[in-house]
Write a protein that binds this ligand. Structure first.
Ligand code: NDP
Length: 330
C-alpha cells in the first residue's frame, strides 16, 4: 500500500519534491485494530504550519513520517468491537491508501444522511470553523455588515451563507472573477470583490460596505486585512480564523499597526482554533445539518481524483485553484 511522507520542510510554497511516496505491506490485524481503506482525504491550509519546525498549537510533522489529515475511510476488517466491516468512518488518518490503526476516536458516518465528502467540509472541521467562528467570536446581530476574506473557499463560503441566514449584509473577497460571480449567484452574497484585479482595496471595501464593516471574518491576513481596518465600525469584531497569505512567508513582513484602529473604534480582534471549542461541536453539527436538510445551506467541493494527486491538491490551495472544500477522492 502507498504512503506519502514529508520529505523536506518546505521553504515558501511547498513543492512536489517536499513529499515522498513509499510502499509497504499491510501487517496482520491485532486485537482492537481496524483495517481502513481511504475514500476521501482532506487537504487543508493549516497543514502547511505543521510542515515547518516552529512552535504552534499543534506539533510539527516529523520528517520521513506520513502526513496526517482529516479523512473518510471504509472499514475493510475489524478486531475492534466499535467498528464493523463496511462502516464508513471519519477522523484524522495518515496519507495512506490503506492503514491499520488502534483507536476508538473515529466517528462512524452515514453515507445515506450526507455525501461522505461532506464530513470533511460543511459537516466537518471547516463547517464547524465557519459556524463557531462567526457565532462565538463574530457575535452577529441582524442588519450588521459581515465582510469575509477567502470567501470562495471551504470556510468562507459557509461563513457568508450563515451570515445571510442570520440576517446580515454579506460581502466577500476572493481571487478571481469566476469566484466573485459564484459568491453572488450561488451563495447569496450581496457583494463580492476580486482582490487580484482591484487596485485600491480600501476604496473597494468602502464602496461595497457603505455602512462600514461590523464583523470581519478573516481567512487570509496580510494586505487585504490591512485595507479592512480603514473600514471597521465602532464596536466591530474581527474573527482571526486564518492568515493564508502569510503561511508561506520566509521572513517576517512589516504591517501597519492595528492598535490605533481598534482603539478609536472600540473594536476587537480575536483568534481561535476550532479544536478549543470541542464542547460546542455537537450542537454546531446539528445546526449545520438542519440548514443543509432545509436547503438553506449549500456547499461546493473541488474533488481531485487519485491518491497520487494529494500533494498537488494541497499545493494548489495556495494558488487559489479550489472553489469550496478541496478534497482528494481515492
Ligand atoms: P480554502 O478553501 O479557503 O482554500 C484556500 C484559499 O485561500 C484559496 O482557494 C485562495 O482563494 C485563498 N488564498 C490562497 N493564497 C492566498 C493569498 N496569498 N492571499 C489571499 N488569499 C489566498 O481553505 P479553508 O477554507 O480550509 O481555510 C481558510 C482559512 O481558514 C485558512 O487560512 C485556514 O488556515 C483557516 N482555518 C482556520 C481554522 C481555525 O481553527 N482557526 C480551521 C480551519 C481553517 P483565492 O482564489 O480567493 O485567493
Amino acid at each position: 500500500t502507498k504512503t506519502i511522507n514529508l520529505k523536506n520542510r518546505p521553504t515558501g510554497i511547498p513543492e512536489l519534491t517536499d513529499f515522498e511516496f513509499t510502499s509497504s505491506v499491510i501487517a496482520d490485524l491485532q486485537e482492537g485494530e481496524v483495517l481502513l481503506s481511504s475514500k476521501y482525504i482532506s487537504v487543508d491550509p493549516y497543514l502547511r504550519g505543521r510542515m515547518s519546525d516552529t512552535k504552534s498549537y499543534i506539533k510539527p510533522f516529523e520528517l520521513n513520517k506520513p502526513i496526517l489529515s482529516g479523512a473518510v475511510a471504509e472499514v475493510l476488517a475489524s478486531k475492534n468491537t466499535k467498528y464493523s466491516v463496511g462502516d464508513h468512518v471519519a477522523g484524522m488518518l495518515e496519507w495512506k491508501e490503506t492503514q491499520i490503526i488502534k483507536t476508538d476516536q473515529l466517528l462512524i458516518v452515514d453515507p445515506d444522511k450526507a455525501a461522505l465528502s461532506a464530513y470533511l467540509g460543511v459537516l466537518g472541521m471547516t463547517g464547524l470553523t465557519a459556524y463557531l467562528g462567526l457565532t462565538e467570536i463574530g457575535k452577529p446581530k441582524k442588519g450588521e455588515t459581515l465582510l469575509v476574506s477567502g470567501a470562495a473557499g471551504a470556510v468562507g463560503s459557509v461563513v457568508g451563507q450563515i451570515g445571510k441566514i442570520l440576517g446580515l449584509k454579506v460581502v466577500g473577497i476572493a481571487g478571481t472573477d469566476e469566484k466573485v460571480d459564484m459568491l453572488k449567484s450561488q451563495f447569496g452574497f450581496d457583494e463580492a470583490i476580486n482582490y487580484n484585479t482591484t487596485k485600491n482595496m480600501n476604496e473597494a471595501i468602502a464602496k461595497s460596505c457603505p455602512e462600514g464593516v461590523d464583523i470581519y471574518f478573516d481567512n487570509v491576513g496580510g494586505e487585504i486585512s490591512e485595507a479592512v481596518l480603514f473600514n471597521i465600525n465602532k464596536f466591530s469584531r474581527t474573527v482571526n480564523c486564518g492568515a493564508i497569505s502569510v503561511y508561506n512567508s520566509t521572513e517576517l513582513t512589516r504591517s501597519i499597526s492595528v492598535q490605533p484602529f481598534l482603539i478609536k473604534t472600540s473594536s476587537s480582534m480575536q483568534g481561535f482554533v476550532i479544536s478549543n471549542y470541542a464542547d460546542k461541536h455537537p450542537e454546531a453539527i446539528m445546526q449545520l445539518t438542519e440548514w443543509l436538510q432545509q436547503g438553506k445551506l449549500h456547499y461546493i467541493e473541488t474533488i481531485i481524483e487519485g491518491f497520487d494527486k494529494i500533494p498537488t491538491a494541497f499545493i494548489d490551495l495556495f494558488r487559489g485553484k479550489n472553489k469550496g472544500k478541496m478534497i482528494v477522492k481515492i
